[in-house]
Design a protein around this ligand. Sequence first.
Ligand code: AMP
Length: 114
Amino acid sequence: MSDTIFSKIIRREIPADIVFESDDVLAFRDVNPQAPVHVLFIPKKPFATLNDVSVSDSELLGKLLLAAAAYAKQEGFAEQGYRTVINCNEDGGQTVFHLHVHLLAGRHMHWPPG
Ligand code: AMP
């Protein structure tokens, strides 16, 4: 896959407000937040979309979601609630082609999403 702005964040070539890092996962605040809390969880290994993840990367996908849940618990909004979102390709509204999980919290979320 081609390089993206998120790969540049992983390599520290552009700044980001990083809130969590492990060997496999990086999390940073979204520059255009859609809720009081809006953090992106990305695998350091680049996949363009969810379609590009294979079974051999199942553990990594799990780590992404578990990192988001752990952050929610750490920050104290897990019980109140939050939303995780993975946008995929054009109809999903994906704009950055490096797989990421949005974690949104701090307000009541609407359903269905727009
Ligand atoms: P998506 O539309 O699901 O691909 O989400 C991409 C997200 O990345 C959007 O919510 C953008 O606001 C966010 N974004 C784009 N560039 C940056 C950046 N340099 N730092 C943090 N978030 C970014």
